[in-house]
Write a protein that binds this ligand. Structure first.
Ligand code: SAM
Length: 331
């Protein structure tokens, strides 16, 4: 079956493919279904409208959110080694590329090796257009063929369109947003899109002291709270209603039994509303909408995931605090 996408030519070095993106209709359906389910939940992929993407970048700059700067430091130190371990590859694919800020280390190292690199960032967010343009200004030897859409459809496009050897990046411990069963299934999907000799560079946030985790998702400036609450703002915008944001609050905590940080929106009172004639959606005081999980991994969990997906863990790098593990996997 061939993948379904629309191609948009931006300039001689920048093209975009639009694939399988959730339109307003499926956003509406998923929100209504999620708020009717028990317990209530909404997928974290809906955080990333324009405002949500901006807020995520602000989270990355908070002193408490160690994830981005730790992974960036590992990439800065080891990108050259990663490029050397992947000789002759001139295709870099990135899942959930966001601002592509950390990716610069990898692109720079690969361009040094092969002089011209095609970068295929994949993201549901339009932030990809802005970050693609910024990269083109920075790297003369770069071509950007972005895919705006969801991971799964984008991987099908990658498998169909690109036959040359490649490295796939999945940074920021975004794998931790999937439950562990789907994380394994998702790694299998990535593996299915890889040919022999292709690599996957994937970041895993490690289990650590609870106080560090709780602080990271409850920063003092309240940016993470704002990011979480932005989901309600998006519901207000897209359904053209006026949920009272003051009736909800951000709640994030490490759940040690499940090895994950959970993020919720808590209803501060009994309340009810209707979305697009969905019928009444009722909240009891303290009932929550579960908006995100961020699983925290042990090295055993990582190697089990890799072998379940048929991938070899070829190399891995950690920071001195053992906060984060960047892994190079091969097929
Ligand atoms: C946590 S941010 C990480 C961004 C960047 N990779 C980093 O490490 O800083 C997740 C990114 O993945 C994108 N994203 C989330 N769910 C997605 C999905 N299902 N398909 C494609 N992109 C998705 C978001 O828009 C966002 O840019």
């Amino acid at each position: 079956m061939s993948a379904d996408f629309k191609k948009e030519h931006i300039n001689s070095r920048f093209s975009l493919m639009h694939a399988g993106i959730s339109d307003d209709h499926s956003f509406a359906d998923e929100v209504i279904n999620g708020l009717r389910s028990e317990p209530k939940k909404i997928s974290p992929k809906y955080f990333y409208d324009d405002n949500g993407s901006d807020l995520f970048e602000k989270i990355c700059a908070t002193p408490e959110y160690y994830v981005t700067r730790t992974e960036a430091a590992i990439l800065k130190e080891h990108s050259r080694e990663i490029a050397v371990a992947n000789p002759g590859k001139n295709l870099v694919v990135e899942l959930g590329s966001g601002s592509s800020i950390k990716t610069r280390y990898i692109l720079s190292a690969f361009i040094r090796n092969t002089s011209q690199v095609t970068y295929v960032p994949i993201d549901v967010s339009q932030i990809l257009v802005q970050s693609g343009n910024a990269l083109l200004k920075e790297f003369e030897g770069l071509i950007v063929n972005g895919i705006i859409g969801e991971y799964e459809q984008a991987l099908e496009i990658v498998a169909e369109v690109y036959k040359q050897p490649k490295i796939i990046l999945f940074l920021g411990s975004s794998i931790g947003n999937f439950d562990l069963t789907y994380a394994e299934e998702f790694l299998k999907k990535i593996s299915a899109c890889m040919n022999k000799g292709d690599s996957l560079l994937i970041g895993f946030d490690l289990v650590k002291d609870e106080s560090v985790l709780n602080a990271a998702y409850n920063d003092k400036q309240g940016v993470t709270a704002e990011f979480n609450m932005n989901l309600l703002r998006r519901i207000n915008n897209e359904f053209e209603i006026m949920l009272n944001l003051n009736n909800f609050e951000h709640h994030a905590f490490f759940n040690p039994e499940k090895s994950r940080v959970e993020m919720h929106l808590v209803s501060k009172c009994d309340q009810s509303f209707s979305l697009n004639g969905s019928g009444e959606i009722k909240f009891k005081k303290n009932e929550t909408i579960h908006t995100e999980n961020s699983y925290k991994f042990t090295e055993k969990m990582i190697s089990d995931l890799a072998s379940a997906a048929g991938l070899n863990l070829q190399n891995s790098w950690k920071d001195n605090n053992n906060y984060f593990n960047l892994c190079l996997m091969g097929k």
